[in-house]
Design a protein around this ligand. Structure first.
Ligand code: SPQ
Length: 425
């Protein structure tokens, strides 16, 4: 993929469905009794991996005219898979599905691609084992592949050192199969889509501050699920509109759940002209249109409880910081090191190659903006968010930016490059 600087970006775009909500719709639809119909589902590789895993356990999932129809088998209806459950590049599928598998009456194995096999799974293995689960890392290295055998589960009160929606969700799903309540406390509140959707399917999940508690329910009932656009995908175009001269972009129907909204607050604090319009809520998930215009940006410090609400947006926020006056400091984001790639290292090396002043720290980055960027060859590490963030940097870089491993955008945003081109016309 070869990209050039843009003189202006103008137009209206629609963002594909939220990845986190799409995964959860398949999981809950499969465990519910009856039919679930999902509109706005993200047809990205990660969510298709989730569908594939549930099909391997006997769930009928049909995709027609953009609607996903799931014939749920109930909490105890999944069948033993004949093969290893392959989760591709998806950390969300790997971790949350493991929680579900711990409650099943069959043995299963779960594995993913090269990147998944390096991502930490001990963070789920430890608390699930405390619940009585029989789950182990097959190579004994705290990573996938994992094997899960049937075991009786009991509720626990788990105090997590990290804020993680995947870990929280793994315990909430396992909690469905446990004797007694399961509580999860995290240092800062992570995204709460599992809690919202479980309750809309008839579950009993209560959140108090950063503690989330599930009381097991005997059954979930299939329903219609609407998936709003993914703010993590919209983030690329929000930043694009702010940093590219003479730009105005209207981004339609984007999820603005408060546990995902940090990017909006950060853009505004940096001086960005970002407006929310047309706000609605469906099934507890708010969404809105987002209007962005070219802005003069300045550096800020990003730290503390806002971090989980923008963790996946930090790579593109680093690009925005490179275009802002002054210094932006990102702290408390060590989790970036254990995503699809080490996102601190790859943003530092790629933005440095384009001429930015950026330094990596143990838990974040320090970026002094205002240096002229120039084109470079980008190493995306096959990480979708690195590839798309660097494509946004190319909009303000002199000369050509080359992204050889660009196909990874299919993980979360298959139409990313065509949408970007459409705004340049
Ligand atoms: O699924 P995966 O690969 O972990 O996806 C990422 C992403 O950038 O798309 C992280 F690499 O998003 C996670 C996010 O970082 C999706 C997610 C979820 O749907 O629950 C939660 C976050 O991860 P975590 O570790 O904080 O729970």
């Amino acid at each position: 993929m070869k990209l050039q600087k843009a003189s202006s970006l103008k137009g209206e775009i629609t963002i594909p469905g939220d990845k986190s909500i799409s995964h959860r719709a398949i999981m809950l639809g499969s465990l519910a009794k009856g039919t679930t119909k999902v509109t706005g589902f993200l047809m990205g590789e990660d969510c298709l991996s989730t569908i594939d895993c549930f099909r391997k356990m006997g769930v009928s999932v049909d995709i027609a005219e953009g609607i996903v129809t799931i014939e749920g088998l109930g909490l105890h209806g999944l069948k033993a898979p004949k093969d290893v459950l392959y989760t591709g590049n998806s950390g969300t599928t790997t971790r949350i599905l493991s929680g579900i598998l711990c409650g099943q009456r069959f043995t299963s194995q779960i594995n993913g691609d090269e990147s998944i096999q390096k991502r930490p799974m001990k963070r789920i293995i430890d608390p699930l084992s405390l619940m009585g689960a029989d789950i182990r890392s097959i190579n004994d290295n705290g990573c996938a592949p994992m094997e899960i055998r049937p075991a009786a589960l009991h509720g626990i009160n788990y105090d997590s050192k990290i804020a993680s929606a995947q870990l929280k969700s793994a315990l909430l799903f396992a909690g469905l199969y446990a004797e007694g309540n399961t509580s999860f406390t995290e240092p800062y509140l992570s995204r709460n889509h599992t809690e919202i959707m479980m309750n809309s399917f008839g579950g009993n999940v209560i959140a108090q501050g950063t503690t989330t508690t599930i009381t097991p329910e005997p059954a979930f009932t299939g329903r219609e699920v609407f998936v709003p656009g993914d703010i993590s995908s919209a983030a690329f175009f929000i930043v694009a509109g702010l940093i590219t001269p003479n730009s105005e972009i209207l981004i339609k129907n984007v999820g603005i759940n408060p546990t995902r909204m940090g990017i909006i607050s950060v853009c505004k604090e940096m001086g960005g002209n970002v407006e929310l319009q047309n706000e609605h809520t469906t099934d507890g998930e708010p969404y809105a249109d987002i209007l962005v215009r070219t802005s003069d940006l300045h550096g800020i410090t990003i730290e503390g409880n806002i971090i989980p609400t923008l963790i996946d947006e930090l790579p593109v926020i680093a690009v925005m910081a490179a275009c802002a006056k002054g210094t932006t400091t990102i702290k408390d984001a060590a989790e970036l090191k254990v995503k699809e790639s080490n996102r601190i290292d790859y943003m530092v090396s790629n933005l440095s190659a384009m001429g930015a002043d950026i330094v990596g720290t143990d838990d974040g980055m320090i970026i002094t903006g205002g240096k002229a960027l120039h084109g470079a060859t980008i190493d995306s590490a096959k990480d979708h968010r690195i590839a798309m963030s660097m494509a946004i940097a190319s909009l303000v870089a002199e000369g050509e930016t080359h992204i050889p491993d660009y196909e990874c955008v299919n993980i979360s945003y298959p139409d990313f490059f065509s949408t970007l081109e459409s705004l340049k016309l």
